[in-house]
Ligand binder design. Structure first.
Ligand code: CUA
Length: 344
């Protein structure tokens, strides 16, 4: 063990504990609320179970500490009076403590906890809803491909859902194991290559909820995020209708030139823009790119400047992602951005 630094010695254990607590609390900023601010049925169940476990754990801890303090005190008293520790009354007390603390207490605490856990596991499992909204989600290094079956709508890194509706994700992976976790809405489920896993959840409030990849999947695991966006049902229907439609035609001359650049410089080899000849399937479908909130799976806000930077050198912001840099003249870049910003 290294000796405490001079600062640590000056601060003392109580100040250090306070500092640690401040660090922990600042990690709970309200910019990206987590599992303790549930906005979905599953997350509320899990949050409730967590606090029950904390309460029971605290009660057991306090009980053990009280017994410990009492035993220290009584052993001191015995030392003073040179009491025989093997006296029959002490032996009975000890065996009562062993049976009480080693058998009765664990049964009383752990059996109800196990039952509660099984109930929560059942309530949050898939196959509970009769007619959920099915959405297919495919994990890629390092982004999410999202299909709305029977509609043709394809998007990326955003799962739009109607509020108060059970949604069932059918999840696959195209490469390695990923894990889907939107802490305010539900627990996490892995995506496993060669298998289809399922996650069923809902959102009980309209809003935007961050989700994360929760299984280390490579160098940009930390920048593999997504948004779950819960709409009023009518707004969701409108969003889905727009997302299902082909891309809007370019409206300006610059955007028209940009559409041609998109084909000429090779963007179309990896990306699809439905309704055009661009039908690549390595990268995200860009048919309605302009409606999305972020670029690079939550890495950057979807704004003009960031879009230009991303196209020119995506490795600068997200090293290790599969998109190569695209060398373009200034005019080509501006035209291309105009085109992409029109994909609403
Ligand atoms: Cu995908 Cu971590």
């Amino acid at each position: 063990m290294s000796r405490p630094t001079r600062t640590a010695r000056r601060l003392g254990p109580r100040s250090l504990a306070c500092l640690a607590l401040v660090g922990l609390l600042t990690a709970c900023s309200d910019q990206e609320p987590g599992a303790f601010a549930p906005r979905g049925t599953n997350a509320a169940e899990i949050n409730w179970l967590f606090w029950v476990m904390v309460a029971l754990g605290t009660a057991v801890f306090v009980l053990v500490m009280v017994l410990f303090a009492r035993s220290v005190r009584s052993s001191r008293r015995r030392d003073d009076s040179e009491h025989d520790p093997l006296a029959p009354s002490d032996a009975t007390r000890s065996s009562r403590l062993v049976i009480g603390g080693g058998v009765v207490l664990p049964v009383v605490v752990l059996v109800p906890l196990t039952v509660m856990m099984l109930i929560v596991a059942e309530r949050t499992s898939p196959h509970r809803a009769d007619d959920p909204l099915e959405i297919q989600v495919i994990g890629h290094q390092f982004w999410w491909e999202i299909h709305y079956p029977d509609t043709g709508a394809v998007t990326a890194n955003e799962i739009h859902i109607p509020v108060d509706t059970r949604v069932r994700l059918q999840m696959e992976s195209s490469d390695v194991i990923h894990s889907v976790w939107a802490p305010q809405l539900s627990g996490k489920i892995d995506m496993i290559p060669g298998q289809t896993t399922q996650l069923e959840f809902d959102a009980t409030e309209v809003g935007e909820y961050w989700g994360y990849c929760a299984e280390f999947c490579g160098v940009q695991h930390a920048r593999m995020r997504f948004l779950v966006i819960a709409h009023e049902p009518d707004d969701f229907d409108a969003w889905l209708a727009n997302e299902t439609a082909d891309a809007p035609a370019p409206e300006t001359e610059a955007a028209e030139r940009g559409a041609q650049t998109f084909i000429d410089v090779g963007c179309a080899a990896c990306h699809t823009v439905r309704g055009t000849e661009a039908d690549g399937d390595l990268g995200p479908d860009l048919t309605h790119l302009a409606t999305r909130h972020t670029l690079g799976a939550g890495t950057l806000p979807n704004e003009r400047g960031h879009l230009g930077g991303w196209i020119t050198d995506p490795q600068a912001t997200k090293p290790g992602n599969l998109m190569p840099p695209t060398p373009l003249s200034a005019q080509e870049l501006l035209d291309l951005i105009d085109y992409l910003e029109g994909l609403e």
